[in-house]
Design a protein around this ligand. Structure first.
Ligand code: CAA
Length: 389
């Protein structure tokens, strides 16, 4: 696994004060402390490439071992050329690699992951690995209710028949999909549009449908106690921390738990440590929460089952599960994600608003002459995006 977040962020308490809102509404009411805000040399491609490089390095995996690269995103940089092709170029992946991009709001990365699992299980991988990257920059209009639920980041995952972190369980998955208009981004808009409170209802309805479908697929629904106590942890899609709390309350109520909040800290709390520092990263959000769980849970999760709920507006959702492998927590800790988050620089609100304005024209920005390094977006030349390697 690899994770990339912008080097800069906005403190939600500062944003609340600038918007004339009580800081408690954003920090406690939404459950977000900071949100990642990328500067103009960062885009969906650079975040994806940085996360992918970390995943390859951490697994000591050669680019030639990758036979499938899929980038799930809802904030792509081109209507035709996939983010995945840029990532292939930046990472130097083999030409014998199937490469494309998937889209279904925040579910796009999970769609890619599930397909990669089938590719590995079918034998088509022939010993090679799939590289799945979820990369997005969440953007709502300045001053809108969605503004405090922005964020940016990417999570990359290697999928193989010898998983080092989590064995995703074959057949144990439940899907729910329904055509709804809860969150969308028209082709002419940089900002997402959302029917906020309705989107929360859609999320919860999808959770219920996917969870019921999972129970039917996995069996054992009539056993003793709350069904979700079969999981050592539950990782929900996290547009903002409070949504995970609402999700957990709903799921435990479905389980017949008369005190549905009582298990929240135990089953969900550790997955929210990093999301509360980064904000919504759309496709990667649930996987950042998984990284957070593996990195910060004090107990040994080896051999224990984790429930995962992915939700994409529009909508498609999936509840699935995996078993944590020996050494997984140490491997994720070794990525040093907390230290990376601590090294970021805070933007003042005027700086953030300048960045938001500048990002509106990023796609037409002339490429800077100065050569940078480390997967940075430099602008465009002859309508082609230029990246520093
Ligand atoms: N101190 C503490 N808490 C406070 C407070 C204060 N001073 N003032 C208000 N609050 C609480 C409220 O009680 C509320 O809590 P509950 O939800 O538990 O009741 C919380 O703060 C938020 O207050 P509001 O509901 O009044 O906030 P809002 O209407 O301004 O906006 C929102 C909330 C609808 C989530 C908005 O931020 C939004 O539209 N966000 C984007 C959409 C989104 O993330 N939807 C999630 C489901 S869809 C999805 O998951 C896909 C995706 O990634 C987008």
């Amino acid at each position: 696994m690899g994770v990339a977040v912008p080097d800069t962020y906005v403190e939600l308490a500062d944003l609340a004060m600038a918007r004339g809102v009580a800081p408690g509404k954003y920090v406690d009411g939404l459950g977000v402390t900071r949100m990642g805000v990328p500067l103009v040399d960062e885009d969906t491609v650079t975040l994806a490439a940085r996360a992918a490089r970390m995943a390859l390095e951490s697994a000591h995996c050669s680019p030639d071992d990758i036979g499938l690269l899929v980038v799930g995103t809802e904030t792509a940089v081109d209507h035709s050329k996939p983010v995945a092709s840029y990532v292939q170029g930046l990472l130097g992946l083999s030409t014998r690699c199937r490469i494309f991009e998937t889209k279904h709001a925040c579910y796009g990365g999970t769609a890619a992951l599930q397909m990669a699992l089938d590719w590995v299980r079918s034998g088509s991988a022939k010993g090679r690995k799939a590289l799945i990257v979820c990369s997005d920059i969440a953007r709502y209009g300045v001053g809108t209710p969605g503004e405090p639920t922005q964020g940016a980041g990417a999570v990359a995952m290697l999928v193989s028949d010898h998983p080092a972190l989590v064995v995703l369980e074959a057949g144990k998955t439940g899907v729910y999909s329904k055509d709804v208009m809860d969150f969308w981004r028209p082709l002419y808009s940089k900002d997402a549009l959302v029917d906020g409170h309705y989107s929360v209802e859609c999320y919860l309805a999808a959770l219920e449908g996917a969870y019921r479908a999972y129970q039917e697929a996995a069996g054992d629904a009539g056993g003793e106690g709350a069904y979700s106590d079969r999981f050592a942890a539950l990782v929900y899609h996290v547009p903002y921390g409070k949504m995970s709390r609402k999700a957990h309350r709903h799921l435990r109520t479905l389980d017949g738990d008369a005190a549905p909040d009582a298990s929240f800290d135990r089953l969900v709390g550790h997955s929210l440590v990093m999301p509360s520092q980064v904000g919504n990263i759309y496709t990667g959000s649930m996987y950042l929460a998984l990284a957070s769980l593996l990195s910060s849970a004090p107990e040994d999760l080896t051999g224990k089952r984790v429930g995962l709920f992915s939700y994409g507006s529009g909508s498609c959702a999936e509840f699935f599960s995996g078993v944590v492998q020996d050494g997984a927590q140490a491997r994720v800790k070794a990525l040093g994600l907390e230290a990376r988050l601590a090294r970021r620089r805070a933007l003042s609100i005027p700086e953030y608003e300048d960045v938001m304005r500048a990002r509106e024209h990023l796609d037409e920005r002339p490429a800077a002459d100065a050569a940078g390094s480390g997967f940075r977006y430099q602008g465009t030349r002859d309508h082609k995006r230029i990246y520093a390697t």
